[in-house]
Design a protein around this ligand. Structure first.
Ligand SMILES: [Cu+2]
Length: 379
């Protein structure tokens, strides 16, 4: 047993050493990351690691040597003294010196982590919300929700056809990643719309709480283009595992192009949203709202999740009187706060569209066309 443990410890140690020497990602060590902060944190970690190794080797070396050298069979006699001022001073002073010596660079790094650049190139507001992230680019006028990818969502269902192993980057993939330019200063202003979440991407080297009513700022400078994945790191409710973070760092040129595309798409959306309201427009707009705001719980196929989220296909409310349907979407559920009030999050037209969609999608065929005026009246 003890040999197995020792062997395991030795293997772990040697892997860490080799990985450190080669700077390759290791299954045992923390990641070196892609930002200056994460690399500094990694270097600090390795420095402390080697200090601990040196202390460990020193202490256990002396202990082992003493045990062997002063064994009874060699005729060793125990010294009989209590209290030794010199020894006590030494074993107090040395650890204090080590701790202070470590605290100084660690504090300096902590301060550096929180330093804000005077002129960030891009500002993004990150909103945690049960259970997705919303990214708002105030200067570009862009905003979108980042939901769990449908492949991960489907594979997470009880009795799903796909197994988690089939979903690429299971629970670490989203429909719309956060896009930022590589090589630029990006200010993330992290907040929450409901409970406390935390925005965490290991390779960026930090984890920041998303607290309602407050912005926690952090500056990120990603050197190399790439895709970096993380998760919500604060237990935030039953969907906590289903709100991953994906950051795509792209070249500044690709970023400019992406911004232009997003703006164009937003303009097209706005045009659609102001098109005369008809059944066809309502169904297409409603499907979009449904996929981004409702499908994470009620599922794209309207089946919900048994025992947790009610099915909307053939549901009592979705095929019953329009008033009841509008009421739960606008004001939320009285019985279960997980079904939020969408009255403040969606416009009259969006609510009208999504309710129309739910009443006519899948096998629901009430034939109702719910109008924005009806929503306004029901508020
Ligand atoms: Cu969360």
């Amino acid at each position: 047993m003890i040999w197995k443990k020792l062997l395991l410890a030795l293997t772990t140690l040697s892997t860490a050493v080799i990985a450190a020497a080669q700077e390759e990602p290791s299954a045992f060590n923390m990641t070196r990351g892609v930002t200056e902060i994460s690399r500094d944190a990694y270097d600090m970690h390795m420095l402390l690691f080697w200090i601990c190794v040196a202390i460990g080797v020193g202490v256990f070396g002396v202990m082992t040597w003493s045990l062997i050298r002063h064994r009874r069979s060699r005729g060793a006699k125990a010294a009989k003294f209590s209290e030794n001022t010199v020894v006590e001073v030494v074993w107090t002073v040395i650890p204090v010196l080590i701790l202070v010596g470590v605290a100084v660079p660690a504090t300096a790094l902590l301060l550096k982590t929180n330093a804000e650049s005077p002129n960030p190139d891009v500002v993004v507001d990150v909103h945690g919300s049960q259970w997705k992230w919303e990214y708002v680019y105030p200067d570009e006028g862009i905003s979108f929700f980042s939901n769990l990818s449908s492949a991960s969502r489907d594979a997470s269902q009880l009795g799903a056809k796909e197994s988690p192993a089939d979903a690429p980057n299971y629970l670490l993939d989203v429909d719309n990643p956060l896009v930022v330019p590589a090589g630029k200063d990006v200010r993330l202003r992290i907040t929450s719309d409901d409970v406390i979440h935390a925005w965490w991407v290991p390779q960026l080297g930090f984890k920041k709480d998303a607290v309602p009513g407050q912005f926690n700022n952090i500056d990120v400078h990603i050197g190399e283009p790439g895709t970096y994945r993380g998760q919500c790191a604060e237990l935030c409710g039953s969907g906590h595992a289903y709100m991953p973070v994906v950051v795509e760092a792209v070249s500044p040129e690709a970023y400019t192009e992406w911004v232009a595309q997003q703006k164009q798409a937003a303009a097209q959306e706005a045009e659609k949203a102001s098109a005369p309201y008809s059944r066809e427009v309502a169904m297409s707009q409603g499907k979009k709202v449904y996929e981004s705001a409702c499908a994470s719980c009620h599922q794209s196929n309207g089946q919900g999740i048994e025992g947790t989220f009610p099915a909307l296909e053939g549901g009592e409310i979705t095929t019953g009187p329009v008033e009841g349907h509008l009421n739960i979407v606008i004001h939320g559920s009285e019985k279960n706060p997980v079904m939020q009030a969408y009255g403040d999050q969606l416009s009259d037209r969006e609510i009208a569209a999504v309710v129309t969609y739910e009443r006519n999608a899948w096998s629901n065929d009430t034939g109702d066309l719910v109008t924005p005026e009806a929503v306004e009246a029901a508020r």
